[in-house]
Design a binder for this molecule. Structure first.
Ligand code: GLC
Length: 545
């Protein structure tokens, strides 16, 4: 057990993302809130067994992008409650020995933020340079060819002051200028405010966007469109986004943020995880910092787009292991509020394999609320759609993965009181797919997650051990060992095919299957051979240490 003590909570633990609007509505207005989250902490801590809760933004916002357009970084939007509710939530989280991570949105504010209102009022405003302004070209041409990821140009004309401002997302989300020292100081103060209120860490929204080319050069065009996410973004994908994000100066900012977090870590280790959608492994890994002095981790989104078969997944995991700077800690993500639902992407069998993979690979897993019960991507009728991205670019809407949590089969699924109109409709399958019913079925997906979470806690090698892939496996089987000196070794084997296969490995002899994703096995392995049924994933505790 000694070695595990060297690890930190964000390395040992499992992060669970709560989308506050959709987790639990305590006041019957159809939207989730902080008091609602507090009321469900027993579920998170005891029933499920996660370690840290990450809250998507709950700050005052006009909700053009559902809270990712912040109007005040240090308060709570009335829809979610108030600061007193937040303090109660933090206290209750800590009493249960959980950690709390909040979202930090550094790239842009809302256009209603007092900073922007002031900046926009005149070219001479002291806050003018807190945002990114540019002159138009001849004949009113745009300052350059940069595009908004949500569609259209990234520049909006401000008639009052006669300049354009930059918005990498909606026009209601003007980009901040991190090259301005006062703005940077104000943003670092935001971090201090939340640290002083007791938060354990930050999830940093589009972390790589905050530094752009100071000369605002045009992005080069690509001969052929290349996707920047796991979905096609149309015109956006025709550019090489060399100049509109990820300028190398970004690393100095994360060094500064890391120093600040380290300064606050004497009694309580603080943490940062960045949303970094960079799919070049080397570029991505730079966000750890050459001396592990930047982000504690950039989110690793590669599993979201991988071909769901043994060889590709193994290649992905091995590439990650190979690119990590010395001492850096890996992590995996299989869903979040921007991606279509895991069970819809992979199907029910794939979702069970995914649970095994996510919770047994070396690295911190991040779970998205509802994925533990297999919530599906909801089909939202056009009149109920909310996401501005989907409203602008049909097909890219993210409402389907943001529907209310399905707690039980009563009207509104235990999320809002019956009769209330919820902000997004529930996915109609909530009558069968809900927490209550899955708790009563021993082989449910929820019980698989609970078992996996429990096993992670019981076996230090799963939390903190080494990863060693097995080479001599059948084509469709991905198998690896998790080992730690002095602790039981665990072999994980996943069959990605629809047929049975045998994994032969001498050290399996006298091992014991401790879990199968079919939830029906706990038996010794004979003669070094493990038979896996179609789509089966299993954990075997090996006999030797
Ligand atoms: C991030 C968030 C996404 C938001 C965008 C703009 O990608 O995850 O939900 O729309 O940033 O803030």
């Amino acid at each position: 057990m000694a070695k595990i003590l060297e690890s930190l909570w964000w390395q040992r633990g499992v992060i669970y993302q709560v989308y506050p609007r959709s987790f639990m509505d305590s006041n019957g207005d159809g939207a989730g809130d902080l008091a609602g989250i507090t009321s469900r902490l027993d579920y998170l801590a005891d029933t499920l067994g996660i370690d840290a809760v990450w809250l998507s933004p709950f700050y005052p916002s006009p909700m053009a992008d559902f809270g990712y357009d912040v109007m005040d970084y240090t308060d709570v939007d009335p829809i979610f409650g108030n600061l007193a509710d937040f303090d109660v939530l933090v206290r209750q989280i800590h009493q249960r020995d959980l950690k709390i991570i909040v979202d930090f949105v550094p790239n842009h504010t809302s256009d209603q933020h007092p900073w922007f209102v002031e900046a926009r009022a005149s070219r001479n405003s002291p806050k003018r340079d807190w945002y990114i302004w540019a002159e138009g070209g001849a004949d009113g041409a745009l300052p350059n060819n940069w595009l908004s990821i949500f569609g259209g140009p990234a520049w909006e004309w401000d008639a009052l002051s006669g300049q354009y401002y930059l918005h990498s997302f909606l026009r209601e989300q003007p980009d901040l200028n991190w090259r301005n020292p006062q703005l940077k100081a104000a943003m670092l103060d935001v971090l201090r405010t939340w640290l002083e209120r007791g938060v354990d860490g930050f999830r940093i929204d589009v972390a790589h966007y905050i530094m752009k080319d100071p000369f605002l050069r045009d992005n080069p065009l690509k001969a052929k469109a290349v996707q920047s996410l796991h979905k096609s973004l149309g015109e956006y994908d025709t550019q090489d986004h060399r100049y509109d994000k990820g300028h190398p100066d970004v690393h100095a900012i994360y060094k500064e943020i890391r120093k600040l977090l380290d300064d606050y870590s004497t009694h309580q280790p603080r943490f940062s995880v960045g949303e970094v959608h960079i799919f070049d492994w080397n570029q991505w890994a730079r966000y750890y910092g050459a001396n592990l002095d930047e982000l504690h981790m950039p989110f690793n989104f590669q599993l979201l787009g991988v071909e769901w078969q043994a060889r590709s997944i193994r290649r992905l995991v091995d590439s990650l292991e190979a690119v990590l700077p010395q001492g850096a800690w890996p992590n995996y993500v299989l869903g979040n509020h921007d991606e279509s639902r895991l069970t819809s992407r992979l199907g029910p069998q794939g979702a069970r394999q995914a649970a095994v993979l996510l919770l047994t690979l070396r690295g911190t897993p991040t779970l998205y609320y509802g994925d533990e019960i297999g919530m599906l991507e909801a089909q939202i009728p056009p009149e109920n759609q909310q996401d501005p991205w989907g409203l602008r670019v049909p097909g890219l809407g993210r409402d389907g993965c943001r529907t209310p949590m399905q707690w039980e089969d009563s009207p509104n699924g235990g999320f809002s009181p019956p009769g209330v109109r919820t902000w997004l409709p529930l996915c109609p399958d909530y009558l069968e797919v809900n927490v209550k019913s899955q708790l009563s079925h021993p082989d449910s997906l929820l019980n698989l997650y609970r078992q996996l979470l429990m096993l992670r806690k019981s076996f230090p090698s799963l939390q903190w051990g080494d990863y060693q892939p097995l080479d001599a496996t059948p084509e469709d089987c991905f198998a690896y060992l998790r080992t730690m000196a002095g602790e039981a070794h665990i072999l994980v084997a996943i069959n990605f095919s629809a047929h049975e296969l045998d994994l032969e490995y001498p050290e399996l002899s006298a091992g014991v299957v401790i879990l199968s994703n079919y939830m029906d096995r706990d038996e010794p392995v004979h003669e070094g051979r493990l038979s896996l049924r179609a789509h089966e994933g299993a954990l075997v505790k090996l006999a030797h240490v």
